[in-house]
Write a protein that binds this ligand. Sequence first.
Ligand SMILES: Nc1ncnc2c1ncn2[C@@H]1O[C@H](COP(=O)(O)OP(=O)(O)OP(=O)(O)O)[C@@H](O)[C@H]1O
Length: 325
Amino acid sequence: MSLLSVDRLCIGPVDSAAAPIVDGLSFTLSRGDSLAIVGESGSGKTQAVLSLLGLQGAGLRVSGSARFDGIELIGARDSMLDVVRGTRIGMVFQDPASSLNPYLTVGMQIGESLEVHRGLSRAESHRVALRLLDAVRVADAARRLLQYPHELSGGMRQRVMLAAALACRPELLIADEPTTALDATVQRQLITLLRELQRDFALSLLLITHDLGVVGELCTRTLVMYAGRVMEEGDSERLLRAPTHPYTQALLRARPRLDTDPDAPMFAIAGSLTRAEISPLACCFAPRCEHAVDLCYRLRPPPESVADGVRHCHRRPEDIATAPG
Ligand SMILES: Nc1ncnc2c1ncn2[C@@H]1O[C@H](COP(=O)(O)OP(=O)(O)OP(=O)(O)O)[C@@H](O)[C@H]1O
């Protein structure tokens, strides 16, 4: 059953005709399932998920629909969004240093939503916070509860953010680049933790990342986004093994790998994402696509269903799997 169903979500500046930041994003997330939204910096991933919680940037207008367990989130009243944010959807951000309040102890940060949304007393919320720190594998939890964010390492802060996000037992966890700011060893620990939490808390997971490496490990489904539009969406295992969109192929080729010749030049996608150059009528990736043909510059590709999802590309998968042109 679908827990979250996003339909033609659009986000753009209120007072300019500039290209939209998110342009017709649609996907569904089933209860207990996990979806990664992947794309390079500036593709609109963060604004898309923030808009689900009514937290999009100032001066941005949101349209379309996002139904969470039957509740329409787009345009919902603040009081409704407060309840959803506090109790049913938890969110962790890329940079826990700026998301945690520097003046509150770990215990107060985790306990806050328990007191506000579940009406627990300070002593009760303290007990639950201790259990939550155990759940996110923080050792010496009683001492940590009394510490301030600056006394913690980056990985520890991210665990505290997770504990706070899980405090009211949300059904959906949104994690925006949760491992980006961390070193490789801590990243690995956090990926393992996220997988365990998803199982232990029966969570649905919406993961935002530009790192295709973590996608296959954490999410059963993957949506690839470019310039605010969906390029392709499908089963993660298949998409990583046999992508059907030139952009996904290029992202995979550009991925740093340990098993290739360290002296070989790294592949980089030609050009850069320049919103001002994107035509509403054409494929937004065409200017950078090595498989683009004339049609790609004239017509925006409509969604095409594939066995396990959808793709937006004029070229057939078998044609782009061979030679550019
Ligand atoms: N309040 C705002 N007004 C206008 N444009 C904005 C606003 N907030 C963000 N943007 C623009 O929206 C675009 C998408 O930003 P967003 O942060 O969603 O991308 P992203 O894919 O998450 O990238 P990153 O991985 O770097 O965070 C960027 O070009 C950004 O400059």
